[in-house]
Design a protein around this ligand. Sequence first.
Ligand code: SAH
Ligand code: SF4
Length: 347
Amino acid sequence: MEYLLDHLPPAWDLGPGQPEYRRKQLVEWVFVKKASSFEAMSNLPAPMRAHLASRYSLTPMTAAKIQGSKDTTRKFLWKLERGDFIESVLIPANVDLFGERSARQTLCVSSQVGCAYGCKFCASGLDGWKRHLSPAEIVGQIIEAERVAESRIDNLVFMGMGEPMANYENLMQAIEMINSPWGLNIGARHITISTSGLVPQIGMLAAQPRQLRLAISLHGASDPVRSQIMPVNRKYPIAALLDACEDYAGKKSQFITFEYILIEGVNDAPEEAKLLARHARRVRAKVNLIPYNTVEGLPWKRPSDAVIEAFAAHLKGAGCTATVRHEKGHDIDAACGQLRLREIQSA
Ligand code: SAH
Ligand code: SF4
């Protein structure tokens, strides 16, 4: 069966003889009232509801497991109707998120099942890539999380499992539903797409009108260091990536964020800090330093606090805006961007 939200509203098949205003009602049921079944859409005529129910499925997933509580980071494990598991992470307002105190409730969403990019430090790519998430499966994470949490999500980060830019078409269709006033109505400035650095897609994103936020997983400031931990750097080396960032920054009013995980003995040397500051100044990026979170089975470690502070001081001394993402009793770092589903499934 097809998912209603794999199509944009103009393409929805309302059934024979339904006037156009019914489409608007359906849009409202889906995105505003967040109905969980066609049956519940009480102001639609029964034949239309029956038609929709025979033609489309509304909800592509169910919550298989929810960890955490209302005041802490909450992880949702979704069982997709199509058979896979994915995760989203809900981060409450007023938690120190990516170096800023966010007044918004943030959801970290997945874009693929698995990841093909195989960054050496990341749990998401350990089992390789399985498939893209469809638009309905992306938007569904938000609608379902809002339903379960009984509260509005007003900030989104594509930092869950997968490389969002590798699933560009579905991502953009989902964002149309997420960002539009008739849809979930989350402002473009509150939607961050994180990428390992797919240069052509950064160009495509720069060329479209939405003021989406871009975060680059840089994690290395020189090609030898970056290539060692991110194979994608061999295809799109730092020079090409920075050109794409410069183009993006020139076309948008938002600052780019460079995410930089600090891994002991790999990318934490003062020379890397010096280069990183130069790159950041060139494209007016803010740097978000993330002390590495150890992943079971992987050899990498986070540097000592002294090394982390020295790295940050180097950046600041070189005139670059840098924040260190500290844990504050919340397992944000552990939750976001390094999802390892096998563990959760077997738990
Ligand atoms: N594929 C995209 C988005 C998902 S990853 C990307 O790479 O940008 C989201 C962020 O979490 C990335 O910056 C990623 O490098 C980071 N991350 C992955 N594993 C991590 C770990 N063990 N500790 C800290 N951050 C990690
Ligand atoms: Fe994929 Fe991003 Fe993890 Fe790299 S860091 S393997 S691109 S999810």
